[in-house]
Design a protein around this ligand. Structure first.
Ligand SMILES: Cc1cc2nc3c(=O)[nH]c(=O)nc-3n(C[C@H](O)[C@H](O)[C@H](O)COP(=O)(O)OP(=O)(O)OC[C@H]3O[C@@H](n4cnc5c(N)ncnc54)[C@H](O)[C@@H]3O)c2cc1C
Length: 411
């Protein structure tokens, strides 16, 4: 009797898991591929959930259902993986089913960090991670009443912009002195905050919520300085925690996420990991870390899928993310860290922004507001570690593509 074809099971059907399943096929894996996700919807894109949509949120599929059929990717939706048995190489689902697998990829992502303060269980205290959350948020946007956002990260600020567009009073409570300051650096973060202030958003920075009050539904948010903010809706955006419990129980190395090598292998040979849940070395930061961006998760998933198919692949593109707030698009390639030299390109104008971060003579990150063309031009400078003259970056008359050409010729 011919041996059964190898079976790879992907846990988590989002950016990384879907890309990995298709990546397996693209790179010649002809065995069985099963994609398991706890959600009941066909895998869908998360970024639109916090952006203006103007109607009832509907999941936007990453791939049409026909693509899974054509590629022979079996979908098991609405069922979570409960356990991995490394001894028998078996995946146990929470409906009791057990699947034999030759390899398992954990693309289980992250979950919103929950509040740990009195009143956290009141009605209309929301998070925004999946389509059900987005529907609950849309329902609250349709209701009147003040919105308080706990956490001034990207999702919180995108939600602030959407709520202001609906004419709702919006207050952002942020623990640090400057929302997005760590991610974007002070110059760009200040510009983003100014934009929100101009649209009527109020900020309480350097503060955190100590209690939520209300009878049934939330009515007030109490801050650590005693301030009480009126609230009909509270959206909590206080960071995330990696869904790494399966890996931990299977004995894989975990820290902040599941530790993987450059190809996505965990310390347990049978188990791989990709996407937001995976912590790996990034040459762009020089550190082992998780990156929580859609494009990065998708590219990482595809590369790990390729490696699982035997085509060893490293996802080497510069990290990229975008964020839409009001009618502006913020984008960033690469990663900056404290101590990098910031170079601003002055022609961007008071409301625009084009900034670069330089480390050891090379461009390590570039960010802009409504500056897509220039940022695309800067990307190869980051990826190829082309030495750059900060004065040329700051000079609006210098075409960034000419720096790439000059650097490539010199190499
Ligand atoms: C509202 C919102 C807006 C965003 N906007 C942007 C943006 O504008 N730009 C950007 O770059 N990034 C954005 N992101 C971040 C981006 O969506 C994530 O980086 C990306 O979704 C990570 O993909 P992932 O596949 O690693 O994990 P996730 O998307 O977290 O998916 C993990 C999947 O695993 C499933 N799962 C978990 N545990 C199990 C289990 N035990 N069994 C079965 N299934 C399981 C979950 O159901 C989930 O579907 C946004 C995120 C959110 C929530």
């Amino acid at each position: 009797m011919a041996p059964a074809p190898p079976h790879h099971v992907v846990v988590g059907g989002s950016a990384a898991g879907v890309a990995a399943a298709f990546g397996l096929r693209e790179h010649g894996f002809t065995g069985r591929v099963t994609l398991v996700d706890a959600g009941t919807d066909l895998p869908y894109e998360r970024p639109p959930l916090s952006k203006p949509s103007g109607g009832h949120p509907a999941p936007r599929p990453i791939m049409p259902s026909s693509a899974y059929r054509e590629q022979g990717i079996e979908l098991r939706l609405g069922v979570a993986v409960r356990d991995l048995d490394t001894g028998t190489r078996t995946v146990t689902l929470d409906d009791g089913d057990r699947i034999a697998a030759d390899a398992v990829l954990l693309a289980t992502g992250v979950s919103p960090r929950r509040l740990d303060i009195p009143g956290r269980g009141l009605d209309n205290v929301l998070v925004l991670r999946d389509i059900d959350d987005a529907r609950a948020w849309a329902a609250r946007l349709a209701a009147a009443g003040p919105v308080v956002l706990l956490g001034g990260g990207f999702i919180g600020l995108e939600a602030a912009a959407v709520a202001r567009r609906r004419g709702l009073p919006v207050t952002v409570v942020e623990a640090t002195a400057l929302p997005l300051g760590a991610a974007l650096g002070p110059e760009l973060a200040r510009l983003v905050v100014q934009q929100h202030v101009a649209h009527g958003v109020r900020f309480h920075t350097g503060r955190h919520a100590t209690a939520l009050h209300g009878a049934g539904a939330v009515e007030q948010v109490e801050l650590d300085d005693g301030t009480r903010l009126p609230a009909a809706t509270v959206l909590v955006g206080c960071g995330v925690v990696p869904n790494d419990a399966l890996a931990r129980r299977a004995g894989a190395d975990t820290g902040d996420g599941i530790r993987v090598d450059g190809h996505g292998r965990t310390s347990v040979p049978w188990v791989w990991a990709a996407g937001d849940v995976a912590a790996y070395f990034s040459p762009y930061t020089g550190r082992v870390q998780r990156i929580e961006h859609w494009d990065v998760a998708s590219r990482h998933g595809r590369a790990v899928g390729a490696s699982m198919a035997g085509v060893h692949t490293v996802s080497a593109e510069a990290p990229y993310f975008w964020s839409d707030q009001y009618d502006r698009r913020l984008q960033m390639f690469g990663r900056a860290r404290p101590g990098d030299r910031m170079v601003l390109r002055p022609d961007a104008g008071p409301e625009h922004f084009l900034g670069f971060w330089v480390r050891d003579g090379c461009l390590v990150a570039a960010a802009g507001l409504d500056a897509a063309r220039q940022l695309r031009a800067a990307k190869p400078l980051i990826e190829r570690r082309i030495p750059v003259d900060p004065a040329a970056l700051a000079d609006p008359s210098v075409d960034l593509r000419s720096l790439v050409r000059a650097g490539t010729a010199a190499a």
